[in-house]
Write a protein that binds this ligand. Structure first.
Ligand code: R5P
Length: 262
């Protein structure tokens, strides 16, 4: 692997554990000022020191994140639709050029694929086009296996999505936890990070994190279960304990409660 590619990947997957805690704050690209991210800078600033990588759009990166941050950036580069036309969310384009990603000095780029949707081929084309550009610059590509509201998030479907993304050249894949997650991981030759999904109680989110890591995930790329937590920094620390220090769910939840009260 090219030095630049290895160097950037090591900024995301930390070399000591091979794992990562990514903070997803890209929701505004289709949801607008969603709950918890009304003022992105205020949400991001206290969490940034605890994230191995931050996943924003370029607008939020430029306007709301200090350029002296030491946290690596995985830049969302696909989008182009909104909740105003929810049935067309899969109709994505590439919104951000590789040149801009390089000028922003990011450690990776993220593209959604909507397998099984009306725009499956287009989103797989988006991923392929981004990989073709990214490999020229040593830029890792994270494929995000987005699911339409009609998709069943089972291991058969997620295995298909993850494997296709890896076959097209993604260097990492973000996907949901499901029963049979080990099968999803086994069928995907590149590292998988778990998406958080909608907000659930903190202990449940920590349980999901633990199951995903035990099932072979290399980390999480979590948003709402962090920034909508009653104590976001405490939640980040608890997730980190599972991902990087092999903590149990109870240990992580104790840490959450302790941190929440300090
Ligand atoms: C989904 O396609 C996007 O990447 C989301 O905006 C985000 O990454 C989801 O994060 P979470 O489900 O943990 O809130």
């Amino acid at each position: 692997m090219d030095w630049g590619m290895q160097n950037r990947l090591s900024q995301i997957l930390k070399p000591d554990s091979g794992h990562t805690v990514m903070l997803a704050v890209d929701h505004g690209y289709f949801q607008g000022p969603t709950s918890g991210l009304e003022e992105p800078g205020k949400t991001i600033e206290p969490l940034l020191p605890y994230a191995d990588a931050l996943m924003p759009t370029r607008g939020v990166l430029r306007e709301c994140v200090s350029p002296d941050t030491q946290t690596s950036i995985v830049l969302r580069v696909s989008g182009g639709n909104t909740m105003a036309r929810v049935d067309e969310l899969s109709d994505e384009i590439i919104t951000t050029s590789m040149k801009d990603a390089v000028s922003l000095n990011v450690a990776g780029v993220a593209v959604s694929v909507y397998v099984g949707s009306a725009h499956q081929k287009q989103t797989l084309q988006n991923l392929s086009d981004v990989v073709n550009q990214a490999v020229k610059y040593g830029m890792p590509v994270l494929a995000v296996t987005a699911v339409g509201k009609d998709m069943v998030r089972d291991s058969r479907y997620l295995s298909l999505s993850c494997r296709v993304a890896a076959e097209l050249g993604a260097h990492m894949v973000k996907t949901y936890y499901c029963e049979g997650f080990e099968d999803v991981v086994r069928g995907c030759p590149v590292p998988i990070v778990m998406a958080g999904g909608k907000k659930i109680p903190e202990k449940d989110a920590l349980t999901l994190t633990h199951k995903a890591i035990q099932g072979g995930a290399k980390g999480v790329d979590m948003g709402r279960n962090i920034f909508r937590s009653e104590a976001p920094v405490a939640m980040m620390k608890a997730v980190r304990a599972i991902v990087h220090e092999n903590a149990s769910v109870d240990e992580a939840f104790d840490l959450f409660n302790t941190e929440k009260n300090t």
